[in-house]
Design a protein around this ligand. Structure first.
Ligand code: GRF
Length: 218
């Protein structure tokens, strides 16, 4: 099926661009129904406009509190009737009411091998911990921050002399194919979340899919 996607982004929007480019190239069977940001100046909104995709800023300061902001944001998102909401660098916490109202319909890309290194500054966290492997994860969003079931991961080595910036660049290069391949798996119905948890290829409790060097799941 053609997946109807809404993207939430706060900044640069390189993951959004990867989706835009894959749709244009015919390698992802999806439509971008809208892009939403908490920041008017998010470059992601510009990327959306340049691609002819409806772009909306819903700013926290225009709303009384987080719940009111969330409600306004998700009212706008619902108006584009997405099958799937993709958080790609959306830097605000989303309250439980909005998350719980959309079970299995919201995913997030996070720059670590979850459950390791939740939250911010994940590349520095990885360096400080001295791990040999780092990477990115795509997971279903639940009310537990960066804690929802992990669908897929891409691993990269941590190399001698790495800084947070060099490591971030290595991870980001894998984030884009990881997100695209996850979207293909979702569109193909390979992955779903229900009351019993995550199912991959019909199997409950499966380990996350792993992105291979060929940018496909192993
Ligand atoms: C990515 O590293 C993503 O994993 C994290 O925020 C960053 C967003 O990058 N959640 P971009 O805006 O897609 O370029």
């Amino acid at each position: 099926m053609t997946l109807r996607i809404a993207v939430l982004a706060s900044g640069r929007g390189s993951n959004l661009q990867a989706i835009i480019d894959a749709i244009a190239a015919g390698t992802l069977d999806a439509t971008l129904a809208g892009v939403y940001s908490d920041r008017r100046d998010a470059f992601a909104l510009q990327r959306a406009r340049d691609a002819g995709i409806p772009a909306h800023a819903v700013r926290p300061r225009d709303h009384a509190d987080r719940a009111a902001h969330d409600a306004a944001l998700f009212a706008a998102v619902d108006a584009c009737v997405p099958d799937l909401i993709v958080c790609a660098g959306y830097m605000r916490l989303i309250g439980a009411p909005e998350v719980d109202a959309r079970p299995g319909r919201m995913i997030n890309i996070h720059p670590s091998l979850l459950p390791a290194f939740k939250g911010l500054h994940t590349h520095q966290q990885a360096l400080d911990a001295g791990v040999a492997e780092h990477g990115a994860s795509v997971h279903f969003v639940t009310a537990d921050l960066d804690g929802g079931p992990v669908i897929a991961q891409a691993k990269v080595p941590v190399l001698p002399g790495d800084t947070a910036d060099t490591l971030a660049a290595r991870v980001l290069a894998r984030e884009h194919p990881l997100l695209l391949e996850t979207l293909r798996a979702l569109a193909a119905g390979r992955v779903r979340l229900d009351e019993e948890g995550l199912h991959i290829d019909g199997q409950a409790g499966a380990l996350p899919l792993q992105l291979g060097a060929n940018n496909r799941f192993a």
